[in-house]
Design a protein around this ligand. Sequence first.
Ligand SMILES: *Cc1c(COP(=O)(O)O)cnc(C)c1O
Length: 224
Amino acid sequence: MAIPDSLQAVKTRIAAACVAAGRPPEAVQLLVVSKTFPAAAVREAFDAGARAFGENYVQEGLAKIEELGDLRSQMQWHLIGPLQSNKTKPVAERFDWVHSVDRLKVAQRLSEQRPAGLAPLNICLQINISAEASKSGLLPADAAALAHQVAALPGLSLRGLMAVPEPGPGALAQHQAMAALWARLQAEGLPLDTLSLGMSADLEDAIAAGSTMVRVGSAIFGAR
Ligand SMILES: *Cc1c(COP(=O)(O)O)cnc(C)c1O
């Protein structure tokens, strides 16, 4: 399928999932995940109306931001992959969002390195909701403490939580656990408006649970 058609098909899935969940369609934003696909494919998605793009790898993302510099003011770039503390500077300078913060040190560096002339960098904390040893993200029990610390950093704007639930029969329960954690932090006074949850295979479960931003790659660009 051509990119404009698959983009439309994903928007239709999101709208149907919102209807099924009794939520307004504008409650869920689409983040187009362009990792491994060339800048030309991103431009095609942009021409078809997409504005928010997610990248996993810092160098690859920076190269695409540069190559698509003519569109920069109309696009949002989100880093959704792991971030080492020695790579924070170009991310603080060039990206709009980071979804994968799971340590105070990384958050502090991003805050210090965010240029004064730019709006604060939007942050989601990545939660290891399946609590698997192999997965990145912080454990749910540690989320509140880090959220309060990140919320206090001047160069950052804490927006919410992100997770990659483990596929399978337990997936919906993990999506629901994320939504419950998000609501708990809101109840503690943190002004969170983003629950970054759901990918090509599980966006319906995520939207049913309360996701406000789905991150979709292969359903738009094809298999990687
Ligand atoms: C690759 C990736 C996605 C998109 O996955 P698809 O299955 O291609 O939709 C979303 N979130 C993260 C963190 C990813 O690494």
